[in-house]
Design a protein around this ligand. Structure first.
Ligand code: NAP
Length: 249
């Protein structure tokens, strides 16, 4: 049986690279996102390159009332159900702008945490009684410790990481695998102008996508990608708060 996967936020830099990895190994996909034109282009490209079944589905993270219907429509695209659901959408704004706007603060938290938790909850309720399959979501190393430069985004990702840990604990008896993905800096639209894409600390989305696909297949719980972010974040987390609060990070 081929693996049927829903990728939410498929037009993201990392999401698109991941769709290529999944389609290359024969997965059938629903690529979901808010940009219909981009989705259609991606679906055609994947179908042509990998001769696999790919459908596009509209998804707006902030339209909570539509989440369940979007999930149901995505599942209905396959005659033999869905085995994997991957949440890739996210939103980042400069922290200075977020300070100044409660509306922006709410958007960052709603897209990165509330909407992700909502879709994961719907997907978990679908997979749990089927006693198989997996959930994966892209959190961030930013969620491992609050820093002045991105603590609103970081707080939302910390919430998402905790939510995924809880889901993993709940779904373990059902045999449903839950993967928390924590990338460091990745060269995508989200970080354009914020990081130097040539820095050795900045990864290409294709590399991150390969790590994610491998982690799904090996049923890892938590993936730091690239791998060196695990020791880096271990050090960052171990700095005492009385020292950390004085750092310009
Ligand atoms: N890049 C990094 O350094 C980095 C590091 C750690 C974690 N991450 C996480 O990795 C994931 C993928 O991000 P990326 O780096 O690939 O950046 P990206 O290309 O900017 O992707 C962000 C995606 O989120 C979608 N999105 C934003 N708001 C949305 C909304 N209201 N409804 C539906 N979709 C919405 C965007 O849709 P459109 O395509 O329509 O704009 C886009 O596809 C995100 O969760 C991000 O937080 C990124």
């Amino acid at each position: 049986m081929s693996e049927n996967v829903i990728v939410m936020g498929a037009t993201s830099g990392i999401g698109t690279a991941l769709c290529h990895e999944l389609a290359r190994r024969g997965c059938s996909l629903v690529v979901a996102g808010r940009n219909q034109e981009e989705l259609d282009r991606l679906a055609v490209d994947l179908r042509l390159r990998y001769q696999t079944h790919v459908e596009a589905e509209r998804f707006e993270a902030l339209n909570f009332a539509e989440h369940a219907a979007c999930f149901d429509r995505s599942v209905a695209r396959f005659s033999d159900g869905v085995q994997g659901v991957i949440v890739c959408f996210g939103d980042l704004a400069p922290e200075q702008e977020t300070h100044a706007s409660l509306e922006l603060t709410r958007r960052i938290i709603d897209v990165n945490f509330t909407a992700a938790a909502s879709m994961l909850a719907i997907a978990a309720n679908y997979l749990e009684p089927r006693k198989a399959g997996y959930l994966a979501a892209i959190s961030s190393v930013a969620g491992d410790r609050g820093r002045q430069s991105n603590y609103t985004y970081g707080a939302a990702k910390a919430g998402l990481s905790a939510y995924l840990a809880g889901l993993r604990n709940r779904l373990q008896p059902a045999g449903v695998h839950v993967l928390t993905i924590k990338p460091g800096f990745v060269d995508t639209a989200m970080t354009e102008g914020l990081v130097n894409p040539n820095s050795p600390l900045v990864a290409k989305p294709e590399r991150v996508a390969r790590d994610i696909d491998r982690a799904i297949r090996s049923r890892r719980d938590v993936l730091y990608t690239p791998w060196f972010w695990r020791p880096i974040m271990l050090i960052i987390r171990s700095i005492p708060e009385r020292v950390f609060k004085r750092l310009k990070l």
